[in-house]
Design a protein around this ligand. Structure first.
Ligand SMILES: Nc1ncnc2c1ncn2[C@@H]1O[C@H](COP(=O)(O)OP(=O)(O)OP(=O)(O)O)[C@@H](O)[C@H]1O
Length: 342
């Protein structure tokens, strides 16, 4: 970093710190947490702030100007304070769904959340970030839909359920292996993320398992608003889930919660519940790591059959009990979480 850039960065950090106590009038969070404050600059004793204007009334803008100016009034390094309010293009809340191990139900959860949030009236986007093993096109019944582009920017496909989505499963030949190395994989993922998602309020990103290039691109370049982590109850899966938690913690990515999938199976004949993968492991692990536990999803034959045939949406409409009810509860809670982010 050049000296000049370093100074600019430290001056911005200085100003951010000075006004840390000012709240966003819309979300109630600090201006920095809510990402309302977009940039700050201190040059020749002039402090300049760039503030996202979306959702602010004229009174709220004036109040912010006053609160910030008051805080800097007694600061000897600041002579004058200037404000620029900009209307940014709407950006969806990005929710990544991650797991340590493969096959634990990450894609099923991502698809279920997208479908349920859509059924509740939200505008939902879905990115299948599993470049080597994409499954969302199948899950969402959108395998036959091809992807268009305007210039270099991809246009999401809109599924029959009204979800905007992109998956390598719609781009690559399904009979050919995708044998790319890290940078090319990250490039493909970035292209999916750079598509036009401005029509969506929420963008669910179904990550591949583990802690590789795509996870790093996700946290560094796309800064998700939060990550949901899913695991099955057994130790082998939980050890890897803990690794995923560690990566997100180290990169200061907010962890929304941990979910236990395939927790218990009810015999369709006698009704007895058995636990093929054990039970309760994820809840204990969540407590151990100090993250929120977001509930159990039991094994459900109906879920597996509906997911694999691209009819998950229909199966989730009947959410009185079992796995569908568990997905529904998690989607409800996620909707509240999204609203709290402002
Ligand atoms: N609660 C559940 N009940 C029954 N089947 C489930 C449940 N959750 C997932 N499955 C099934 O388990 C299989 C693996 O699920 P899924 O593809 O969602 O896992 P994944 O973690 O995304 O896997 P990968 O790492 O390969 O992407 C699928 O056939 C899916 O239908």
């Amino acid at each position: 970093m050049a000296d000049q850039d370093r100074n600019a960065a430290s001056e911005e950090a200085y100003l951010f710190d000075k006004i840390r106590s000012v709240s966003d009038p819309v979300s109630g969070q600090s201006l920095i947490e809510s990402k309302r404050l977009m940039a700050a600059e201190l040059k020749e004793s002039n402090a300049r702030f760039v503030i996202r204007a979306n959702g602010l009334t004229a009174e709220q803008r004036a109040l912010l100007e006053k609160q910030i100016s008051d805080l800097l009034q007694a600061d000897p390094s600041v002579a004058k304070t200037y404000f620029t309010f900009v209307l940014s293009k709407p950006k969806p809340k990005i929710i990544a769904v991650a797991s340590g191990k493969g096959g634990v139900g990450k894609s099923t959860l991502s698809a279920a959340l997208a479908l349920l949030l859509k059924q509740k009236g939200r505008r939902v986007g879905l990115v299948d970030a599993d470049i080597y093993g994409p499954s969302q096109a199948l899950l969402m019944g959108a395998k036959q839909q091809s992807v268009a582009a305007v210039g270099d920017q991809l246009r999401p496909v809109v599924t029959a359920d009204g979800i905007a989505m992109l998956s390598m499963g719609q781009i690559a030949d399904p009979n050919q292996a995708i044998a790319w190395r890290g940078p090319k994989i990250a490039g493909a993922f970035n292209q999916l993320m750079a598509a036009d998602w401005s029509e969506c309020d929420v963008l669910i990103v179904d990550l591949p398992p583990g802690t590789g290039d795509i996870q790093l691109s996700m946290v560094r370049e796309h800064k998700p608003d939060g990550v949901l982590i899913i695991s099955t109850p057994q130790d082998m899966a939980l050890i890897d889930a803990k690794r995923a938690v560690d990566l997100f913690r180290k990169t200061e990515t907010p962890i929304i919660g941990l979910i236990e999938n395939m927790a218990g199976y009810q015999c369709p004949h006698c009704g007895e519940i058995s636990d093929p993968f054990g039970a309760g492991g994820a809840e204990l692990a969540a407590a151990d790591m100090g993250i929120d536990f977001w509930g159990y999803i039991p094994l459900g034959l109906n879920i597996r059959l509906a997911a694999d045939s691209g009819h998950l949406g229909d199966c989730l409409k009947d959410s009185a009990e079992g796995a569908a009810a568990a997905f529904s509860k998690i989607a409800e809670r996620l909707g509240v979480w999204v609203d709290q982010q402002g």
